[in-house]
Write a protein that binds this ligand. Sequence first.
Ligand SMILES: NC(=O)c1ccc[n+]([C@@H]2O[C@H](COP(=O)([O-])OP(=O)(O)OC[C@H]3O[C@@H](n4cnc5c(N)ncnc54)[C@H](OP(=O)(O)O)[C@@H]3O)[C@@H](O)[C@H]2O)c1
Length: 162
Amino acid sequence: MIGLIWAQDENGLIGANGQLPWHLSADLKRFKALTTEQTVVMGRKTFAGFKRPLPHRQNIVLSHQSLNLPAGVQQFKSLDELWALNAQQPNDLIFVIGGAAVFEAVLPRADRLYRTAIQHAFTGDTWMPAINYADWQVTAEQTIVADEQTPWTFSFTDYQRR
Ligand SMILES: NC(=O)c1ccc[n+]([C@@H]2O[C@H](COP(=O)([O-])OP(=O)(O)OC[C@H]3O[C@@H](n4cnc5c(N)ncnc54)[C@H](OP(=O)(O)O)[C@@H]3O)[C@@H](O)[C@H]2O)c1
């Protein structure tokens, strides 16, 4: 199974200058809880934004180029390798963690969505591709209201394909 996991602002913004446009520790904690001990697949630009591979996860980086990656990080040169991995382990969830180019390419074959939606407008340069939510059923939802610790109200919504 393939799941997309991302955080967006109220306009679908996901990135700014190769980084996240915000710091939201509750979201990072949830991302860690969901993806630890799992496989995470990301585009070359998203990987470049990290200082190191995500620990305790199998890191896979998509790129058409031959990359010099740290030990333990795997490269896929095409999405066919992702489809093949998914076919080998159909009951395991593979998390696709961005960025926009990879989300757009994988969305048609995704089984699950894990969205964090922040109720605020940030500035940036990278947006989530359009998603037809009529194709998706909500399986879980939680809203966290802004307080002293959380600067913005945001919600976690999980979906499965109808
Ligand atoms: N808010 C969030 O949840 C979230 C999550 C992730 C990332 N982001 C943000 O999104 C931004 C980066 O997104 P982006 O769209 O610019 O870049 P990206 O998707 O991270 O990386 C794009 C690169 O991935 C490779 N790639 C993509 N599709 C491929 C395919 N089918 N086969 C082989 N390689 C493929 C290509 O690398 P080559 O050019 O080397 O071939 C492409 O240039 C950053 O600002 C990041 O912080 C936000």
